[in-house]
Design a protein. Structure first.
Ligand code: SF4
Ligand code: SF4
Ligand code: SF4
Length: 432
């Protein structure tokens, strides 16, 4: 029985259970879906419908908000009125695996993506939904503008990747994704469909991917090395583009029924904000930077913070899973260890010289400094060495010269430079 506001548990009549009618999600009409296949079959609930559905007592032995537990719990441990709160916890390790966002190809005018005049241009992710039995077309591949099965399908790779106007880097996953899409099409529709794959280079590193590429070629998919021109429409409204085919040394015009864009992997819009929150370093693109690209790929410059997956850079599922497991193991090792190993290269703070200006507090990305008032009334900064990662930023910023870095004092660096030049001089003027 649901308890209504202001009502005592004892007064709630039992027969009120299940007295709210279930809400069935409405469906898009077939006509609407044929006109716009991007629509899902089932619509989401409206806000009012969702509220009504949520107010229904399920009475299913899970929590039906009958509040009987309050009456029976002798320890008085149940509190139904608890509200959502923000909790601050001190933790020993953090794994940051915030993923990626898809590049939006509508910012490249030549592709006309999301242009209502060009509905037959979709992304690889949308193709995945189209061919999924739970997707908007219940797994049937159709041309959005006609509702008919496509005959000629063009896959265009590197959309938003390896392009100095958008992202210089290779997104790593999309060649294989594109080959997989071509394979699925040929496997399902055979000679009923012709599949063209336009590529800059085919990059199929990864177990079994080169074999899939070869298999897909044998199935009849045409791989064309070239970048398609602007997508346009002819007088009959048919979409087309040109591409130079280097194998036959000719510019060819193609009239596909459906175009699938393989889009780049990008960092989330708020990736830099998240990096600031967790004290991580970001690349110019917004991917998080590891401690060492080869030897410490999931560790960061800050002890106890690990990164995994696409927030670190473009990656495929296999490598994401491996990185996630590695990061979790590093975190577990840290938490289960009684001793923490630390680099001996840390800042050295001279309190005598410090003038208490606070510059080091603002400079240190790891929060290693605080300002303290001394017994004589002077204000000085205080260094918590365990938090220091030895980046050297505070030593450069301190206006009083009160900070040095152990093993890298000015005198030591000068001595290294002098020695290096002395050796060079010795080499240039060998003793007779
Ligand atoms: S993986 Fe292939 S499609 Fe993706 S950006 Fe690299 S070369 Fe282009
Ligand atoms: S920046 Fe230098 S002088 Fe200023 S508080 Fe820090 S250690 Fe002291
Ligand atoms: S060297 Fe200075 S700025 Fe860098 S982590 Fe240590 S205390 Fe912070």
């Amino acid at each position: 029985t649901r308890i209504r506001e202001g009502e005592r548990i004892e007064d709630a009549p039992l027969e009120r259970a299940n007295d709210v009618k279930r809400i069935k999600p409405s469906e898009e009409s077939v006509k609407a879906r044929l006109a716009n296949p991007k629509l899902e079959v089932q619509r989401a609930l409206t806000e009012d419908e969702a509220k009504q559905e949520a107010s229904r007592c399920l009475y299913c032995a899970n929590c039906g908000v009958c509040k009987e537990c309050i009456r029976t719990c002798e320890a008085d441990a149940i509190w139904h009125e608890e509200e959502t709160t923000t909790i601050k916890e001190k933790v020993g390790a953090i794994v940051i695996a915030t993923g990626f966002k898809n590049f939006d190809p509508s910012i490249i005018p030549q592709y006309h993506y999301k242009d209502p005049e060009y509905p037959d241009i979709i992304t690889g992710i949308e193709f995945e939904r189209y061919t999924n039995s739970a997707g908007p077309t219940e797994g049937k591949l159709i041309v959005p503008s006609t509702g008919k099965k496509p005959k000629l399908i063009a896959l265009i790779n590197c959309v938003g990747s390896r392009d100095l106007n958008y992202n210089e880097y290779c997104s790593r996953y999309c060649c294989t994704a594109s080959i997989k899409h071509a394979y699925l099409l040929k496997n399902k529709y055979g000679s009923d469909v012709e599949v063209l794959n336009f590529y800059k280079d085919i990059r199929t590193f990864g177990k079994g991917y080169e074999e899939l590429y070869n298999k897909t070629r044998k199935m009849g998919v045409q791989f064309i090395k070239g970048v398609p021109s602007d997508i346009r429409k002819d007088v009959n409204g048919k979409i087309f583009f040109d591409s130079f085919n280097i194998e036959i040394d000719k510019n060819i015009r193609y009239y596909p029924d459906l175009i699938i864009l393989q889009t780049a992997m990008e960092p989330h819009d708020d990736a830099k904000k998240v990096a600031e929150t967790f004290g991580l370093s970001c690349s110019a693109e917004g991917f998080y930077i590891e401690k060492h690209i080869k030897l410490a790929p999931v560790e960061t410059a800050s002890a106890g913070k690990f990164i995994a997956g696409a927030c670190r850079g473009p990656i495929d599922v296999t490598d994401s899973v491996a990185q996630g497991a590695a990061a979790a193991l590093y975190a577990a090792e840290l938490l289960s260890s009684d001793v923490i190993e630390k680099e001996s290269i840390t800042a050295k703070h001279d309190e005598e010289i410090c003038i208490g200006c606070g510059t080091c507090i603002a400079t240190c990305p790891y929060g290693a400094y605080t300002l303290i008032e001394k017994e004589d009334g002077t204000v000085k900064s205080s260094l918590k060495e365990i938090l220091c990662e030895g980046c050297g930023a505070c030593a450069v910023a301190c206006p009083a010269g009160a900070i040095s870095i152990k093993h890298y004092t000015d005198d030591q660096i000068k001595a290294m430079i002098e020695t290096a030049f002395a050796e060079e001089k010795d080499l240039q003027s060998p003793t007779p």
